[in-house]
Write a protein that binds this ligand. Structure first.
Ligand code: FES
Length: 309
């Protein structure tokens, strides 16, 4: 990805809508040089958003649990990967999904259509599917769905012969960061998630409390599916994004089943460009020696076999 153009650009908000609970989905339009740079974004790559000057919502719109920290100064940019990237004639539209968890994401909720946001990107290395793979299992835990939605989009557009199946897990149905859970399209197709159904990709949902889909973790759901469905390990790859505990389990499952696995890691990222060393990920080299790689520069997508969890 080194030859890919990246830079600091202004993006214009096209929409910014609440999904459910704390989740929101925002669409941004980039034009000119920025459109060109972001049109080539690979799934898993990200941008650093500057929301330091975005105003807070009115007092009565701030959730009780965030009132104490809402006014905190935003010193660092925030990284977001993309759920969808659409290159249009003179512009590129990117979509992000975010959860309102602190002062930065709280401010993001006030961004309205037409306002601008400063981004640095596209950054990092995304998912790259080896040519010998015929089936990709997309596994999202919690807020891990955006890069996998983007991967679903690129697989459909660039590799229509590869079969993809999505698995999404959360604590409860309300914690699924999807807008189109069992919406009209997905109901007609019998798939759970409209976000994947739009690419004709079937999907399974797992919730810890059983309020939707499989009762249990997304890893157990995937295991059950692998046990019940014939698959050729050499032609299959798992691509996962979610909390570290889930990635550990998915990496173990992939190793047990002898299936290649790529994981998109979520680390704190201060600079996003390899300068501050705040995002070190413990890995091993070809000889098994422990080394540190940078999530922002070498990742965020890693081969699960290379990561020391
Ligand atoms: Fe600064 Fe990775 S975020 S080095």
């Amino acid at each position: 990805m080194d030859s890919q153009t990246k830079g600091q650009f202004e993006a214009t908000v096209l929409f910014n809508r609440p999904l459910r609970k704390c989740f929101n989905r925002m669409g941004l339009q980039l034009t000119g040089e920025a459109a060109e740079a972001f049109a080539k974004t690979r799934p898993g790559q990200f941008a650093q958003f500057d929301v330091s000057t975005v105003p807070l919502p009115p007092e009565n719109a701030i959730p009780e649990e965030l009132k104490d920290i809402a006014a905190k100064q935003i010193l660092l940019r925030r990284p977001f990967s993309f759920a969808r990237v659409a290159a249009e004639k003179d512009a590129t539209v990117v979509e992000v999904v975010y959860c309102v968890l602190g002062p930065a994401t709280l401010r993001m909720t006030t961004l309205a259509k037409g306002q601008s946001v400063n981004l640095i990107g596209p950054l990092g290395n995304g998912f790259s599917i080896p040519q010998d793979k015929k089936r990709v299992l997309l596994v999202a835990g919690g807020m891990g769905n955006p890069p996998l939605e983007h991967l679903a989009q690129t697989l459909t557009e660039e590799s229509p012969n590869i079969e993809a199946i999505a698995f999404a897990g959360a604590k409860t149905k309300d914690n699924l960061p999807f807008e189109r859970t069992l919406d009209k399209i997905s109901q007609e197709l019998g798939f759970w998630l409209g976000e994947f159904a739009r690419y004709s990709i079937s999907s399974f949902v797992a919730t810890d409390d059983g309020s939707a889909g499989f009762k249990g973790t997304v890893t157990s759901c995937l295991l059950e599916w692998l046990n019940n469905n014939g698959h050729n390990p050499a032609e299959t790859i798992i691509c996962a994004c979610g909390p570290k505990a889930m990635l550990v389990n998915i990496a173990e499952l992939a190793a047990d089943k002898n299936i290649d696995c790529l994981v998109s890691m979520e680390e704190m990222m201060a600079c996003g460009i390899g300068l501050c060393q705040s995002c070190a990920v413990k890995c091993k080299d070809e000889k098994g020696n422990e080394i540190y790689k940078l999530c922002c520069k070498d990742g965020p997508v890693f081969n699960a076999k290379d990561v020391v969890f």
